[in-house]
Design a protein around this ligand. Structure first.
Ligand SMILES: *Cc1c(COP(=O)(O)O)cnc(C)c1O
Length: 419
């Protein structure tokens, strides 16, 4: 107890958090059941593809005949339920993978139709912005949007009406992003896709799968999506992959995207692995468990703040489809306090104070607390907020549940919320 007291964690806080954990017992059991299923899925893909020590070998230069890279593409494709995948450290982030997929498939005159409100801030900038050059709009690719219903669901009828002959691609963002809404679940994605196909069968359905991998037993490709993309410093990298992104889906589309990332004519067959294969594979192997821990952290955080009277989303009983827990505060100060407390309880850079800054690609200042082994990794514990009204903080990650639990305790202590 002395150790806890010296961190400002009182007996009352410990009991308060413990009560939430106890209340979540059945929910945690459900998560563990999904975890076991996904762990077997990953393990069987490793076995099926005879992943071996030689696949860890580093390649340099052009990276031709990189057997390890080819195996990783296969294993990812299987795990994601896709025909093909391209997993590359050359993608510097999730945004890079997503935007590569858009440029890979869309051509001048085509329309991209987003059906889940505005895309994530950095993707939105790449679609069209006065402040950036080389956007999709500069290449005469048009953009339309159908907002979610007031219940936060895909507005199927409005989407069907918005589809005309120029609409080549549908954009679905699974995770909350900086929006005021819950994530879009696999069942909802599946229903939306089957309805959309009734209007236009050959439309390309793209899903931004950031924060979505291993939350459910099925992935978007298994719900009918043609193409998905995500980040290796989120769920699927398991906290071990050092950088990178992936695109997975229909083989012809993945090849088109590879021509964009690399060059037309070379496509999938290039890209040195810089010795990252072991990290990518080990991270994937751990990812179901790491995602499970992040989900438990999110739920525990949400449960505690809901008991204290704050609005949260997703709500405790909402079906989750990403690792985010949004907590709605009343003031900027509270958001700053929350982020400061997350930074303080991080293993790295615990002594620094996070401030909002003009991050590249975002159109407002963003505050981000992240004391990570891998810079900016948000499967490691992080909390961020655009620091504008409504004052919502987005909490996610944490490689172990115990770290998450300590973070909740530290936040409650520092914000002085439990008497
Ligand atoms: C994280 C994220 C992205 C990509 O962001 P990067 O920081 O570039 O990896 C895109 N969409 C959503 C919903 C995200 O959460």
């Amino acid at each position: 107890m002395e150790l806890f007291t010296s961190y400002g964690i009182s007996k009352n806080i410990i009991d308060f958090v413990q009560n939430s954990e106890d209340a979540l017992y059945n929910k945690f059991k459900e998560l563990d059941e999904v975890l076991l299923y996904n762990q077997l899925k990953v393990l069987s893909s490793f076995k099926q593809n005879k992943v071996s020590e030689r696949h860890f070998m580093q390649t340099t230069g052009y990276g031709y005949n990189d057997e390890g890279r080819e195996i990783i593409d296969k294993v990812y494709a299987e795990v994601l339920g896709s025909d093909a995948a391209m997993v590359r450290s050359q993608f510097f982030s999730g945004t890079h993978a997503i935007v590569t997929a858009l440029f890979g498939v869309l051509r001048p005159g085509d329309t991209l139709l987003s059906v889940t409100n505005e895309p994530y801030a950095t993707v939105k900038t790449a679609i069209s912005s006065d402040k950036a050059s080389g956007t999709l709009s500069e290449f005469e690719i048009k953009y339309k949007q159908v907002n979610l219903t007031s219940d936060g669901e895909i507005d199927i009828e409005a989407v069907k009406n918005a589809i005309d002959s120029s609409v080549k691609m549908i954009y679905i963002q699974r995770s909350t992003g900086y929006d005021n809404r819950k994530a879009i679940g696999i069942t909802e994605i599946k229903n939306a896709i089957s309805e959309i196909r009734k209007v236009k069968n050959d439309i390309v359905i793209f899903v931004d799968n950031c924060y979505g991998e291993f939350i459910e037993k099925l992935e978007p490709s298994q719900a009918g999506a043609d193409l998905v993309a995500g980040s290796l410093i989120k769920n699927i990298g398991g906290g071990i992959a050092q950088s990178g992104g992936y695109i997975a889906g229909r083989a012809d589309l993945v090849i088109m995207c590879s021509q964009r990332l690399n060059t037309p004519g070379v496509g999938l067959d290039s890209g040195a692995n810089f010795g990252q294969n072991r990290n990518i594979l080990q991270g994937l192997f751990l990812a179901p468990k790491i995602t499970n821990q992040a989900l438990k952290n999110a739920m525990l955080m949400g449960h505690c703040f809901k008991r204290l009277g704050y609005k949260i989303y997703p709500d405790i009983d909402d079906k989750r489809s990403d690792i985010i827990q949004a907590v709605c505060f009343d003031t900027k100060k509270q958001v700053e306090f929350f982020c400061k407390a997350v930074q303080e309880v991080s293993p790295i850079d615990s002594h620094v104070t996070p401030y909002a800054w003009d991050m590249p690609g975002y159109d407002t200042d963003v505050i981000m607390a992240a004391g990570c082994f891998i810079a900016g990794s948000s499967i490691e514990m992080s909390a961020d907020s655009p620091l504008t009204e409504p004052y919502t903080v987005y909490f996610q990650g944490g490689l172990t549940y115990e770290h998450g639990k300590l973070a909740v305790m530290n936040i409650l202590g520092k914000m002085d919320l439990v008497k």
